[in-house]
Write a protein that binds this ligand. Structure first.
Ligand SMILES: Cc1ncc(COP(=O)(O)O)c(C=O)c1O
Length: 471
């Protein structure tokens, strides 16, 4: 019998080697990026809205693992659920059985969705369930094509990567899936022109786009949904990021009273402890895939219904309900946006604050002072994403706040705090942003020096790319 595995000793002994190990054995390009932008921290512990380094210094986490930690990190109820699950010694992934926990989670999801969306398939990641959505839509409609939106992000495996309209992610990986078109968000005429060909299986949308936090209010979504119904195309809501309370409703499509044919969600489902994802649809659509006895496992995934993910999923919904996190997301998100908008009066660099719930974008604009304009112009010419990177760096380096640039070629940063944020975290963030923008208001000083260094890196990278293209 093997002796106990000394995990705690190993972590205590080797914590600090993280970046060297990744440099050697994992993604050394990511290591370079993290070192360049000052994100190469060694975190030792995490709790709620905070990460802590070895010295015990706290970092406010407004990134939430790209939207995974809706309930905050290392939630005690999830930890206890995992301990209880381990104590039960349940049979896991027997595969040729129907396990209780996946049945219970599917029951829960179906009650939360409504609109007859009562049939679930569990997978491991957002991209995997979006692949499933393409297959479900094709199998049910018997049609080949898919429509998605310009600026969208649906994942990086081949089907989802094709739906993702972003050359930065697609470059070097073609050919992609045939039969996919990307149309403008908000353009109903373009949508109808494609749908009218009656060969479109599905129209997949993020109700609020993750890249840049773009969305349209008004009647665009209800009309787009109706057009899909008219032409027999599946209306698919990708709620991988926007789902589970992120935008102040349990599901983002509820902001517009929509009834999608298919919904996918992932990220926050397991409270951050196990890969987990879900596609939910109506029974008739589901049976379009599992249509005969010999097709009973025609779409499956070995770890999809594993007990750890399912138990954590059940516990996550329990926490969200008990702690009223959807409501908290709506009220605290509004408060946070209002407080940042107040900063607009003082900081002309802030162009717009937009979002719903705790999915928020801050867009920046060219300053009016001559010297700052020149610095901004240099950034813009080198790479449009450099200015927000400077803000993200400033927030991290000087203020210990984690945020992210909202996408390629945009002057936008994105905030995805845990839905548990209180007034304290809002105060901390707003004060930190205020100070960072103060430091940006003079073209001399460490922030712009850092920005110029980033610009130099970007120029060198561009040069290397064009030389390797010539070779
Ligand atoms: C809207 C959306 N869809 C799909 C994905 C892909 O999810 P995953 O990274 O779990 O494959 C993401 C990830 O950020 C996302 O935001």
């Amino acid at each position: 019998m093997a002796e106990n595995f000394p995990l705690k000793d190993i972590v205590a002994r080797r914590l600090g080697e993280n970046y060297d190990l990744h440099e050697r054995y994992v993604n050394r390009t990511l290591v370079s990026v993290l070192r360049t932008i000052g994100f190469d921290k060694i975190y030792a512990r995490a709790e709620g809205c905070y990460l802590y380094d070895k010295k015990g210094d706290a970092y406010l986490d407004f990134l939430s693992g790209y939207g995974v930690y809706n309930i905050g990190r290392n939630h005690p109820v999830i930890k206890q659920t995992i301990r209880d699950l381990l104590d039960l010694d349940l049979p896991n992934m027997v595969q040729m059985d129907c396990a209780l926990l996946s049945g219970l989670l599917a029951e829960k999801v179906s009650t939360l969705m409504g609109h007859g969306l009562d049939s679930c398939f569990f997978g491991n990641s957002g991209t995997e369930v979006n692949e499933a959505a393409i297959k479900f839509a094709r199998a049910y409609t018997g049609r080949p094509r898919m429509i998605s939106l310009k600026g969208s992000y649906h994942g990086l495996s081949y089907g989802s990567l094709t739906l993702t309209q972003n050359v930065n992610f697609q470059e070097g990986f073609g050919p992609l899936l045939p039969g996919v078109v990307h149309i403008e968000l908000g353009d109903l005429a373009a949508l109808e022109a494609e749908l009218a060909k009656k060969d479109v299986a599905g129209f997949i949308v993020e109700p609020i786009q993750g890249k840049g936090v773009h969305f349209v209010d008004g009647d665009y979504w209800p009309k787009a949904r109706e057009l899909c119904r008219k032409y027999g195309t599946m209306f698919i809501a990708d709620e991988v990021q926007t789902g589970m309370g992120r935008t102040g409703k349990m599901w983002c499509y509820q902001h517009w009273g929509l009834d999608p044919d298919i919904v996918t969600f992932a990220k926050a489902l397991s409270g951050g402890y196990a890969p987990a994802a879900c596609i939910v649809t109506r029974r008739d659509i589901y049976q379009g895939v599992y249509s005969r006895m010999d097709r009973a496992v025609v779409h499956s995934s070995t770890f999809g219904r594993n007990n750890m993910a399912m138990a954590c999923g059940l516990a996550t919904f329990h926490i969200m309900e008990q702690d009223k996190l959807v409501e908290n997301s709506a009220t605290q998100g509004e408060k946070l946006m209002a407080r940042i908008r107040e900063l607009q009066k003082k900081h002309e660099l802030i162009k717009e604050v937009r979002g719903k719930g705790c999915m928020i974008a801050i867009e920046f604009q060219k300053p009016s002072s001559f010297l700052l304009r020149q610095a901004w112009k240099i950034f813009d010419q080198v790479d449009k994403g450099l200015f927000p990177q400077m803000i993200v760096h400033g927030l991290m380096h000087d203020e210990h706040v984690l945020t992210q640039v909202a996408g390629h070629n945009m002057d936008v940063i994105k905030l995805l705090p845990p839905l548990t944020i209180s007034d304290k975290e809002i105060d901390l963030f707003v004060a930190a942003l205020d100070r960072v923008l103060d430091r940006c208001s003079s073209p001399i000083g460490p922030m712009w020096t850092f920005g110029m260094n980033l610009a130099k890196h970007a120029v060198a990278a561009k040069k290397a790319r064009s030389e390797s293209a010539k070779a």
